[in-house]
Design a protein around this ligand. Structure first.
Ligand code: UD1
Length: 430
């Protein structure tokens, strides 16, 4: 089992290149199967979730060619059975995107019930409600969701809550349905817009992505395209908080500052300086972070995927902060681990009351999920002494070369897989 080992306490300084957005890439790769022509996709992150999806696509007959680490071509003309059986697909939430993509193109899909991070109950009723409104019949059998339709037709769909996944899934299926679909109360996240732009570049007719009403005029077929995925706002935000929590100064390259506004606003409230230009952001930490309050919300609100990272930073701020998690109920599972490093956080339901402490001390902790795992890395980078993080499998689902990127910013951090390597690291850092 691999672990991260970190000797913390150094301000992180320098430049870091942000990769492509995992959550946009997952949906775009699924959508790439909706044409028989070859699609070229770049700025793809090389992370476990993406590689699991590419593997599943090959198993159902898609031809995937890796041009380089961040570029693939996909040809979906060989997709034959529309039954996704891959074991690893059960572990990633976004396997459900194959449901919308295959249903849209082939009018039939069978996909394992989604897994992903254990951050709360994650129903997909809204996805299924949308498919049903378009004429599909859905059922769950032996751990699979099966969706079938004689013919998909346009529909007027009101989502009961703002759901990124349901918005994207319905949009994909509707792109190849007969007639017009309207999605009301749609999610506005940057990756919803990115998937719509990708589908439109293949000949789909989608308008309004990025607002809460999306209108889709179904087309008979989609064609080839070349597409570059947007930068990952969550990876970017994680590095912004790394600057804040270590008292450093980091320039992030390949970002869209507009997508990071909610994060930047909180960092400003916490006393950081933020300098933006077209595709870069610099975050400079103050001597001491200030407390603030934050509530997670759908975009353009503060993202739930950044909640653990801001909480870790607030745990070292001056004063008391209140963090309210309004999207997923189970997203404070890292708090017990953080307490082992000296943080003072009290969780009541979906609210965490964080009393800032002067310092963290290194400890052995384990990553409970993807973003919480990244937040524990931030805690380790800020802590005095050595931190070892177990279960980094979760972190690698969504971060490419995290240890290497932090080393590039001056961190003492390595990926290790044996007691011997841990000892070697300890000797090296003294
Ligand atoms: C996506 C992201 C995830 C992020 C989340 C919220 C991917 C692969 N994952 O997840 O990283 O944390 O958006 O920004 O892109 N809900 C229902 N019924 C549904 C669908 C959702 O009740 O059919 C609820 C969920 O339980 C949750 C809320 O709606 O409380 C938002 O979920 P949703 O936006 O769908 O998240 P995901 O698409 O799963």
């Amino acid at each position: 089992m691999e672990q991260y080992i970190i000797k913390g306490g150094k301000p992180l300084c320098g430049e870091v290149e942000i990769g492509g957005a995992k959550n946009a890439a997952l949906a775009i790769l699924a959508a790439a199967n909706m044409t028989d022509e070859t699609v070229y996709i770049d700025n793809l992150p090389d992370v476990r979730d993406i590689n699991a999806l590419l593997g599943a696509m090959e198993e159902i007959g898609a031809r995937v060619e890796r041009i380089d680490r961040h570029t693939v071509t996909v040809n979906g003309s060989g997709v034959t059975n529309c039954i996704v059986e891959t074991e690893s697909m059960k572990k990633i939430r976004a396997s459900y995107y194959l449901l919308g993509a295959l249903l849209g193109k082939y009018k039939r899909a069978q996909v394992p019930l989604p897994g992903g991070c254990n951050i709360g109950s994650r129903p997909i009723d809204q996805h299924l409600k949308g498919f049903k409104a378009m004429g599909a019949v859905t059922r769950i059998e032996h751990g699979f969701i099966i969706a079938e339709a004689e013919e998909l037709h346009g529909a007027h769909i009101f989502l009961d809550m703002v759901s990124v996944g349901a918005t994207i899934n319905i949009m994909m299926a509707a792109a190849m349905a007969n007639g017009n679909t309207i999605i009301e109360n749609a999610a506005k996240e940057p990756h919803v817009v990115d998937v719509a732009n990708f589908l439109n570049s293949m000949g789909a007719r989608i308008k309004g992505a990025g607002t809460d009403v999306i209108r889709i005029h179904g087309v008979k077929s989609l064609h080839k395209t070349e597409y570059s995925i947007i930068p990952d706002q969550i990876e970017a935000g994680t590095f912004m908080f790394a600057a804040a929590v270590t008292g450093g100064s980091i320039v992030l390259r390949n970002v869209i500052p507009k997508h990071l506004e909610a994060t930047s606003a909180k960092l400003l409230e916490m006393g950081c300086q933020i300098h933006e230009n077209d595709d870069a952001i610099r975050v400079i930490a103050p001597k001491k972070l200030q407390s603030t309050h934050v509530k997670t919300l759908p975009y353009p609100g503060f993202p739930t995927d950044m909640q653990p990272q801001i909480s870790v930073s607030l745990a070292l701020a001056d004063g008391t902060s209140i963090v309210t998690e309004s999207i997923f109920e189970n997203r404070f599972r890292y708090v017990d681990e953080l307490a082992r490093m000296g943080a003072s956080v009290k969780v009541e339901g979906n609210v965490a009351v964080i009393s800032g402490v002067d310092k963290f001390t290194g400890a052995r902790v384990s990553a409970p999920d993807l973003r919480a795992g990244a937040a524990l890395v931030l805690a380790g980078l800020a802590a005095e002494g050595i931190t070892i993080i177990d279960d980094i499998y979760f972190i690698e689902r969504g971060y490419e070369n995290l240890d290497q990127k932090f080393r590039g910013l001056g961190a003492d951090m390595e990926k290790v897989s044996s007691e011997k390597e841990i000892q070697k690291f300890k000797l090296k850092v003294g």
